[in-house]
Design a protein around this ligand. Structure first.
Ligand code: ZN
Length: 141
């Protein structure tokens, strides 16, 4: 991973071919002690693990997309869960026939490049279990 741009609150990273995007972003946020952030990204990937959250069953239905796709959009954030930073992100992937597929991101292997913009927020985000949805939701004041 290369740091392309860095200021007090803004960072642009280039994730290198073969690297796993979530790991790279998390390790960067741990290193920089980024306690709350909003993230966007684009690029290309060749193995992505996604899921869809079934609200009724309260479980993630996982799917591995084992093919070359464009990462059309990644939107995510950084927050703490039980004292550890966690990235929550959703992605839209583009296939060679221009159809799209997307979901909640678990992992993504970059094939060509991953371009990630991180906006550090002056806060510490935390997630707590919400009994009604079964999800770890952002905690409000
Ligand atoms: Zn999600």
């Amino acid at each position: 991973m290369h740091v392309v741009y860095e200021s007090d609150s803004q960072f642009v990273l280039r994730i290198i071919r073969g690297e796993e995007l979530v790991e790279e972003v998390l390790s960067f946020c741990n290193e920089k002690r980024i306690d709350a952030a909003w993230i966007s990204g684009l690029g290309a990937c060749d193995k992505t693990e996604l899921s869809y959250y079934d609200l009724e069953k309260k479980e993630y239905l996982k799917k591995v997309i084992d093919e070359e796709c464009e990462l059309l959009n990644l939107t995510g954030n950084i927050a703490f869960v039980d004292g550890e930073r966690m990235m929550h992100a959703h992605v839209t992937l583009g296939r060679p026939d221009y159809s799209t597929i997307g979901g909640h991101l678990h992992s993504m292997q970059i094939s060509a490049t991953g371009e990630v913009h991180i906006t550090k927020l002056d806060a510490k985000f935390e997630r707590k279990l919400d009994e009604e949805t079964g999800l770890m939701l952002l905690k409000g004041e």
